[in-house]
Write a protein that binds this ligand. Structure first.
Ligand code: NIG
Ligand code: FE
Length: 416
């Protein structure tokens, strides 16, 4: 089946070859103005300048050809959201209100809030109910332009709970129209009963959770929340080294609240990405820029928690590879809307519109090792595409924060 999309005002992020973008490369966003694109069997087959195609001639040649008029929409590759916690049982707006009233993170935790609150709720919910809720959220973010996504466990914190979450992600993988990667985040927080016995919980992760997860092939990556009061750099190293035995590469939560050696450890562990990075010193930025690790920034989490934003400009000016993701979760980013993520990255982190689009598409795809399937307009990749409403320029997208400028979303050649 072939579909010709004609009258595209601007075809955005067209690339002949894949390349993870670092530093200055992020500001180069190749586009074709007045373009066409042909989709065959859900994949991008051909594209170019509109003047090069004659649709009447094409239909005469191929009566099966479907023609779609883009009506001067901008067409972009769908967002690649490489960091989410989209499987959770309930929202936590009561904590949100407590925070507005001035309660600290520690006070909320002592009232039974935070990650452990989500873990209690998740452990009490059936796999089917969790699946249904997660599927609804997934469908919502696809409508908002997300065309590939990573989802973490980490609200189970027990063998059964973590397995349940990962099975839900597995079912989403099987039923969803977009590619999904699963990350095991058993090392998200120490459950209350292990508060004074970290060793026993690490053993549970290493000796019970990981072998069982591997047996059912439930995870693609391993993650750890490396922060004061959570997991030390050394504990993260142990968890990741155990993951290596099952072929799980690390994608790590580091430097959100403190720098406790997470970056250095992540470099030694050859992580695929280090995520958050609100708290970074110059040495850490230098080390990261000399590594192959992707710096994944989550501006909506910094916004929601009223924290300093990650130093995106410094990271880019030091030649780092930067990706953007939503961190969709009930505690620090209760939204998976990547359109807000790119707006906030421009407004609060001074990234350029070209940089945010590259960071949220091709570099996001790299941060999930999906660069051969999604992330740019490239022959052979999935036709997962965003069609905009009429816009005056590409910068209009992040500029009109909070407005929905997406007209339609196409997944593998079909509008959803
Ligand atoms: O990425 N920081 C750790 N994990 C999540 C928040 C989890 C929660 O509060 O439920 C994050 O921000
Ligand atoms: Fe996160």
């Amino acid at each position: 089946m072939q579909t010709l999309i004609k009258n595209i005002a601007c075809l955005v992020n067209v690339r002949e070859e894949n390349k993870l973008l670092r530093g200055k490369e992020l500001s180069v966003l190749p586009c074709i103005k007045k373009a066409y694109l042909i989709v065959e069997d859900g994949l991008i087959k051909e594209f170019g300048e509109q003047s090069a195609v004659n649709s009447e001639l094409l239909t005469a040649h191929n009566p099966q050809l479907t023609i779609i008029d883009a009506n001067n929409a901008y067409v972009l590759p769908c967002w690649c959201d490489s960091h989410t916690h989209l499987v959770f049982a309930t929202s936590r707006e009561d904590e949100f209100v407590d925070k507005i009233k001035g309660l600290s993170y520690a006070e909320i935790a002592s009232k039974g809030g935070g990650i452990l609150n989500s873990a209690n709720k998740l452990n009490a919910m059936s796999e089917d109910d969790l699946f249904m809720l997660a599927q609804q959220r997934l469908n919502e973010v696809i409508q908002l332009g997300t065309g590939a996504i990573e989802i973490k466990s980490g609200y189970g914190l027990s063998v059964e709970g973590e397995m349940k979450m990962l099975r839900v992600i597995q079912r989403l993988k099987q039923s969803s129209i977009i590619p999904i990667k699963a990350t095991f985040l058993g090392a998200h927080a120490y459950p209350v009963q292990y508060k004074n016995n970290h060793e026993a919980y690490i053993k549970l992760i290493v000796d019970e959770m990981l072998p069982n997860i591997a047996k059912e092939n439930l995870a693609d990556y391993i993650d750890c929340f490396c922060e004061e009061g959570f997991f030390s750099a050394n504990e993260m190293k142990r968890v990741c080294e155990a993951g290596f035995k099952y072929g799980l590469k690390p994608k790590l939560h580091v430097n959100q609240l403190n720098n406790i050696g997470g970056i250095e450890a992540a470099i030694k562990l050859n992580a695929l990405s280090v995520d958050h990075l609100e708290t970074m010193n110059d040495d850490e930025i230098k080390h990261l820029s000399n590594s192959n690790i992707i710096a994944t920034l989550l501006p909506t989490a910094a916004y929601f928690l009223r924290m300093n934003y990650p130093p995106a400009r410094k990271l880019i000016d030091n030649n780092c590879a930067v990706a953007l993701a939503s961190d969709y979760n009930p505690g620090s980013s209760p939204s998976g809307n990547m359109n807000n993520v790119v707006s906030m990255a421009c407004i609060q982190m001074r990234m350029l519109p070209e940089e945010v689009i590259n960071a949220a598409t091709i570099n996001g795809a790299y941060a999930m090792e999906l660069q051969n399937e999604v992330g740019s307009i490239t022959i052979g990749k999935k036709a997962n595409l965003i069609f905009t409403k009429p816009i005056s320029s590409l910068a209009n997208l992040p500029y009109c924060f909070g407005n929905n400028l997406i007209d339609k979303v196409m997944i593998e050649g079909d509008f959803i």
